[in-house]
Design a protein around this ligand. Sequence first.
Ligand SMILES: C[S@@+](CC[C@H](N)C(=O)[O-])C[C@H]1O[C@@H](n2cnc3c(N)ncnc32)[C@H](O)[C@@H]1O
Length: 205
Amino acid sequence: MQTKPELDASYWSNRYQQKETGWDAGFITTPLEAYINQLASKDMAILIPGCGHGHEAEYLHKQGFTNVYIMDFAPEPLERFKSRNPNFEAEHLLQQDFFAETHFTFDLILEQTFFCALPKEMRPDYARRMFELLKPGGKLVGVLFSEEFETQGPPFGGTPPEYQAYFEPYFTFKVFEPCHNSIPPRQGREWFMILERRSKPQFIA
Ligand SMILES: C[S@@+](CC[C@H](N)C(=O)[O-])C[C@H]1O[C@@H](n2cnc3c(N)ncnc32)[C@H](O)[C@@H]1O
């Protein structure tokens, strides 16, 4: 499946060029920071898709994580990331569509305002693609908005039961609950998830 033309790479590039990046907290957010701080293994393969300016990757890099990849189909945020982090492995900057084929698989994928940027009809594909990109037992961790928005997206909102239906075939739910340590503008508006990839998809007939 391809991303809708109206939300394609040129749409997002344009947003970066116009500096219309209201989603960007400007730093790693507290839920992701707290999760990363308790990780023991610094060489796990980590992907941050739809990374934008990549604050999570910068944080991981500074904490000594050595196997971190970032992915975005817009070139501007990757270029900015590169200039801020000249020692970050250049081959780990993936300028490509999340839905395009890759040969990489990961132990951990971090979600931060990427899911809500996709057209709603792509959500089942997002769940399936996350399954494909993770190793068996790998984890999808991050935050999702837990409310609908009145304004035309992106961002596109939603509800936890809706999200659960997308993820259930591919993941077991380790944590899926209201986020208790959101940044102030997002308090009470997002859920925190730790989903573990199943060894194979399970569809209930
Ligand atoms: C709302 S921004 C979030 C950026 C970053 N996660 C943050 O929190 O600042 C969504 C990002 O996803 C990227 N994106 C959207 N659809 C994509 C796709 N299909 N493949 C790769 N990147 C995509 C956009 O270019 C944009 O940088």
